[in-house]
Design a protein around this ligand. Structure first.
Ligand code: 3PG
Length: 209
């Protein structure tokens, strides 16, 4: 994921689908709400097929989430993922994504992780699980020695606190599942997904001004 991509997509939904048939309608609902990026996780068996189907959805940038292994990098890129998100940092996973020409966005939770990210040439990382790690104050402290690194906090981020994260110059985007919760997806409550997406984007854009 490149800096312009994060800047263009200040809210990145973390998507967990139980049925691959949900992928495209969910993507359409997000697009209707103004969100043109999805991180489809491999936490369910339907995730990989969902990524494959989303290839057909024009205007949607699709990445894979919860990518833990080199084999999964191969699979998700083959399925059409254009960025790879992981909960932690694995040099093997990052290097494989880089070799395939796909940006990697690994999770970091410490300055040691950030040292690893720097050694891999990364400029962008996920900060996960953001709320439990200390939220914006922790990002502010961690970022001080790592000029040029930007952070996408995820985990416990929502409408109530996204402004505090986006107020930090090193945070161009936030990520989370609040607009794509399982009950909304399994209930096919697409209008509500669109409304929550629109609300999130409006709040994020206001915070970034
Ligand atoms: C992630 O993988 O980034 C998190 O599971 C999203 O966290 P949330 O469900 O608290 O938004």
């Amino acid at each position: 994921m490149t800096a312009p991509l994060l800047a263009a997509h200040p809210v990145v939904p973390v998507v967990v689908i139980d049925d691959a048939d949900q992928a495209v309608p969910l993507g359409q609902a997000l697009l209707a709400g103004g969100i043109a990026v999805m991180e489809v996780t491999l936490r369910t068996a339907a995730g990989l097929e969902g990524i494959r189907r989303l290839r057909a959805l024009e205007g949607m940038t699709v990445g894979a989430g919860s990518v833990l292994t080199v084999e999964q990098v191969n699979e998700v890129v083959d399925a059409g993922a254009t960025f790879v998100v992981s909960p932690g940092i694995s040099p093997d996973v990052v290097r494989r994504a880089q070799a395939l020409g796909v940006p990697a966005l690994p999770g970091i939770s410490s300055s040691t992780d950030l040292m690893t990210a720097v050694s891999l040439g990364l400029k962008e990382v996920k900060f996960f699980p953001a709320g439990l790690l200390g939220g914006p104050a922790m990002i502010k402290a961690l970022s001080a020695p790592f000029g040029g690194i930007t952070f996408m906090p995820s985990g416990g981020v929502g409408l109530a606190n996204l402004r505090e994260y986006l107020a930090l110059p090193c945070v161009p985007a936030v990520s989370g599942s609040w607009m794509v919760e399982k009950s909304l997806v399994n209930g096919e409550r697409w209008d509500e997904v669109s409304a929550l997406a629109a609300e999130a984007v409006a709040a994020a854009r206001a915070a970034l001004v």
